[in-house]
Design a protein around this ligand. Structure first.
Ligand code: UTP
Length: 410
């Protein structure tokens, strides 16, 4: 454990001396808690507040990227599925569930995967995902290793829930949990917020840290020992998510490309979705707010949207390439959020509107580190039912409708 002086040395480099303002009033346990946090936090994320150093501001030249379309896939499905199944049977593919987020928009106080999306029966989001993965297990005749990323805030609940529900019928030997890193939250002046006199406000550092967190948790050795070559990374909130989809895995392997991303055709030019494209000749995702009107409405020679393929947070990465890029820093995104904090009078405040920034790295930025990426088009109504909000767009309601439409009993 670092001393008070060492802690002061670290934080003073970043102008955060106020973190120790109440140190002398703390009990010895509280002192340990605070020093422990200061020792672990990566304060260098604060440098991103400096506009000159914020890499996000600088983007390259975008160009559209084509996809293997639904029709292409239909004509080659036998071959793709066979290749994918062979890879799965040979233990070459594993799945990584990103479940470290806080799900603030849903407003559910437990991990999002514990949300019961059922109506007449219990059906949890985690259960939907396991059911979907079981389809592939049955087809391939072998279990697929499933790595689940949680955060320090939801790890206990998640692990206990899986145990309580008997892993929804999945073989627990194939399920591995690991925790992602945390980043400090700051107010709009760049001062780190405190939750209490002894606790710094931290939050999960975005879904981009999944591979480095997996490595830190010591799981890469096991992955390599088992001969896993491909990792299918996916979000917790899409209840129609096809996981370790043999067709997708087979198509990426057959294409000889380094990675793959599942995409859906944009419903309209103004749809708020990131689009898989090329940036300076390399695969990349352009966010909807980064697109100019011209890009949004540009048509290709077939008269279709040129920037057409929206990502759904389902990627296939190659382990060797991931190892290669692991040490490269991902860009840090600064997002405005409502962050509960302790004010100068020592009162705990839950703000009604955004009061500061959080720092996040995003898995989509890993796509830009790949030499190539296969855009694999899937049918939106069959594979994309995100639960982001309680009501309205991408909500519990819309996901329930889509589950029903796909014959899932809810
Ligand atoms: P979102 O970007 O929707 O964030 O996550 P969120 O935290 O779940 O929800 P809001 O924005 O607070 O409402 C997309 C996926 O990335 C995971 C989420 O669990 C989800 O599967 N994620 C997000 C992480 O694993 N860690 C993070 O730090 C953030």
């Amino acid at each position: 454990m670092i001393s008070r002086e060492e802690a002061m040395n670290i934080i003073s480099k970043y102008g955060q001396e106020h973190l120790l303002d109440h140190f002398d009033e703390l009990s010895s346990d509280e002192k340990k808690e605070l020093l422990g946090q200061i020792e672990l936090i990566d304060f260098s994320v604060l440098e991103n507040l400096d506009a000159d150093k914020n890499v996000n501001a600088v983007r390259g030249r975008f160009e559209p990227l084509g996809a293997v379309t639904i029709d292409d896939i239909a004509s080659n499905s036998k071959e793709y599925i066979q290749t994918g199944i062979e890879a799965i049977k040979a233990g070459k593919a594993a799945a990584v569930l990103l479940a470290g987020g806080q799900g603030t928009r849903l407003g559910f106080d437990k991990p999002k995967g514990m949300f019961n999306i059922g109506v007449d029966k219990e059906l949890y989001i985690f259960e939907c995902l396991i059911n979907n993965l079981m389809d592939v297990v049955k087809l391939a005749g072998s279990f697929i290793p499933l790595y689940i990323m949680t955060s320090v805030k939801n790890n206990r609940d998640t692990v206990d829930f899986f145990a309580e529900k008997n892993y929804f019928g999945y073989d627990p030997e194939y399920v591995h949990f690991f925790m992602q890193d945390m980043a400090p939250s700051v107010d709009f002046d760049g001062k780190i917020l405190m939750e209490s006199r002894s606790r710094i406000s931290v939050s999960p550092n975005g879904n981009g840290g999944w591979f480095s967190s997996l490595v830190r948790a010591g799981m890469l050795d096991e992955i390599k020992k088992e001969g896993v070559e491909w990792l299918n990374v996916f979000a917790v909130d899409n209840v129609l998510q096809r996981i370790a989809d043999p067709g997708f895995i087979g198509a990426v392997i057959k294409s000889g490309l380094q990675s793959g991303g599942k995409v859906v055709s944009k419903a309209a030019p103004e749809e708020k979705v990131g689009v898989l494209c090329l940036e300076d000749g390399m695969p990349s995702i352009v966010e909807y707010y980064e697109m100019t009107d011209e890009m949004r409405t540009l048509l290709d020679e077939k008269g279709e949207l040129a920037y057409k393929y929206g990502v759904i947070l389902n990627y296939l990465f190659n382990v060797k390439k991931l190892e290669e890029i692991c040490d490269k820093k991902l860009p840090v995104h600064i997002v405005d959020k409502k962050i509960p904090f302790m004010n100068e009078k020592g009162e705990y405040i839950t703000p009604e509107s955004p009061n500061g920034h959080k720092f996040e790295t995003l898995v989509l930025d890993m796509v830009h580190m790949q030499d190539s990426c296969l855009a694999y088009e899937v049918v939106r109504e069959k594979e994309f039912a995100p639960v982001k909000n309680a009501v309205g767009v991408d909500s519990v309601e819309t996901a329930r409708e889509l589950l029903k439409a796909n014959g899932v009993e809810i």
